[in-house]
Design a protein. Structure first.
Length: 133
């Protein structure tokens, strides 16, 4: 009986973890509207390559439903002083990447060149504090 309870408890925890991981992310609010946030670390971005000892951190912002932002609006706003803090270091935004996903919307990639602490291979992503204008 005790074994059966442990199995059921383990199964419940697995199901809860799966559903928790699948829950839609909470949007972040900016002066342009609400966006869903995702961060990626990569040494190369399109034709750009990070300097020796650095990597690119891309903070993808996907407009939430009801948020419509043009490329010009995004450039004007995000180039108005966007910074990111990670591991106690503050970085200025290097450039913005624009991407049309599934032909439906534009996803904005705020790109920062940061010191490479092997973020691409860590199990738990570092906390990034996005500082908007």
């Amino acid at each position: 009986m005790r074994k059966r309870i442990l199995w059921i408890l383990a199964l419940v925890m697995i199901v809860a973890a799966v559903f928790g991981a699948c829950a839609p992310p909470e949007p972040i609010t900016t002066a342009l509207g609400e966006f869903y946030y995702q961060q990626v670390f990569t040494p190369e971005m399109d034709e750009e390559t990070a300097a020796q000892g650095n990597t690119f951190m891309v903070l993808y912002l996907t407009p939430a439903e009801g948020t419509e932002v043009t490329i010009d609006q995004a450039q004007d706003y995000f180039f108005g002083g966007t910074k990111a803090e990670i591991s106690g270091e503050t970085y200025d935004m290097a450039f913005i990447a624009f991407e049309k996903v599934n032909g439906e919307y534009i996803r904005f990639g705020l790109v920062f060149e940061i010191i490479d602490y092997d973020y691409e291979n860590v199990k738990e992503q570092p906390v990034v504090r996005l500082m908007l204008p």
